[in-house]
Design a protein around this ligand. Sequence first.
Ligand code: FUB
Ligand code: ZN
Length: 653
Amino acid sequence: MNKLHLTIVFLFFCVNLKAQKAFQKLEPVNFSQVNVTDPFWKNRMDVVASATLEACINYTENKTGRIRNFENAAHPAGKKHEGIYYDDSDVFKALEAMAYSLKNKRNDALEKKADEWIDKIVAAQMPDGYLNTYYILTDINGRWTDMDKHEDYCAGHLIEAAIAYYNTTGKDKLLNCAIRFANHIDSIFRIPNRHWVSGHEEIELALMSLYHHTNNDRYLKLAQWFVEQRGHGYGKGPIWQVWNDPSHCQDQLPVKQQTKITGHAVRAMYLYTGVADIAAVTKDQDYIQTMNSIWDDVINRHLYITGGIGAQGKNEGFGEPYVLPNETAYCETCASVGMVFWNQRMNMLTGDAKYIDILERSLYNGAMAGLSLSGNHFFYENPLASEGKVKRREWFGTACCPSNIARLVSSLGNYIYATSDNNTLWVNLYIGSNTTVPLKRTNVNINTVTGLPWKGNVSIEISPKSKQTFDVRLRIPGWITQPVPGNLYTYTTAFNYSPLIKVNEKEVKCNIENGYAVISRTWNKGDVITIDFPMNVREIIASEQLKNDDDKIAFQYGPMVYCMEEIDNAGKVYNTIVDEASRQYKVLYEKDLLSGVNTISFNANTFKVSADGRSILPANETIKLVPYFAWNNRDTSMMQVWLPTKISTIKIE
Ligand code: FUB
Ligand code: ZN
């Protein structure tokens, strides 16, 4: 081949590579390019970088045998496996979180710890690339025989950790190990008459990351193969028998024929995230259609006001439509993390802000409630009401949630900005931060300062190195006019809103497209966009189909859902009625409360049983609400998100 031929082949290859992502409208600005300065989020990220990672490391390495399993797997003769068959995944997720955290802030001791773990992981890998301590230490002949034993799930988390660690440090030891394992998997599957329905999805989205990292389409094909295995009756293993219902693993129908959300919530979120990743490359309209209809089902029938999903504990997942109990709401932290992943992918595919409205709700409420303010206590389940027995814990037997919240928070920067077509900047979340993005033929510095989530002021400096014309799309938060897309929840009062957006103090007229205000102009160094989002106490009522919220009201301020905790209300929580006459809200930023939060206070009617137990004593007292994410950080106490508006719905203590 002569030089000219080589150049043509190379150009064709480049064009082709570009085309591979052409269907995805937006490209997120990677967290590694985003410096988060926001007081609220910076605090969460710092706490994760210190206390949460410390907890993950301590429990992974000292208090449980997760790291020991790798040490033993390197010399397995006579050694036993400790813990549960999916415990390797917690090591990988913690490593992934460590990698993100190291990218945010150098920490030599943390990097040393990660390297130490990586040496142990790699030493445990078998010569053919296989790596799973459960099978290596129990019965290696049993590998790849039980679809529910999470071998591919653990492999997926290994791949994600390896890419993250490589991106942060440039060290490829773990990446090569992950690639060897991925190649091993590819060599035993994707052959005629070999079927495998992953009992817990995750490998699909991880393979897509590996595909993007390596540009090797065998991983894309393998990801597609895993997705396409579903729904043909190939699924076998204990979990299928226990449920006697393949829909637990989203295996009831081929993915392209699925229209409803089913089964285990985290499994579902990871699957559809992976499917969206595939669709972004293959432009497969059937996948898009599937996800549109499943998304509608989630949002209109299965979504808690906190953005949590998966109402039932018995299957860690979805139940009947509209059955969303509050005290027993499962709402696994990982499921909210999964909602963030999936909704981001949907936004990237479509450029529609409604997905970010959901992402934001799940992030600020459903997911963040999983993490204590101290960073080292966790909720696995996130109920919306508690009679006072629920408490965050240091760790869990099945410990998927702590490292999941850690990796989400440390990569928060991924969700703030995006770009498209080299000529548009998208602002998705209003979080104080700065970044530089290439647009047109220049680099643009962006600096966001905001009082959110407590105050609605936002200023964004858009500073191109040299003057340039491009679009800025500002998401108009859905919570200003409605709690969520769809009809499941509404505000008691309708709000119309047309944003007042200024550039350099002068009002600019913007079209609103798919939930974004579009500013098209020539930008100069130092241009500043300002916008003041209206912040009011919003009263939310649930659709009458949600029987658990009948005659109840919930509260929101900005992106935060609120709750009433016993500790602020002298024992009153379940015996309070919020009637219409009493609602005069006072919002106060309390800097010393719960690391600094807005509280909402107002008068309400309360009822107590008299000391002799013979009568009911009514009173009108001030009650106080705090953001739901911050509940259960002081003492174990009663809590409710939905407060009764009628005497028939209260429990008098
Ligand atoms: O099975 C692995 C993880 O453990 C799931 O994602 C969680 O729901 C928990 O079951
Ligand atoms: Zn979990």
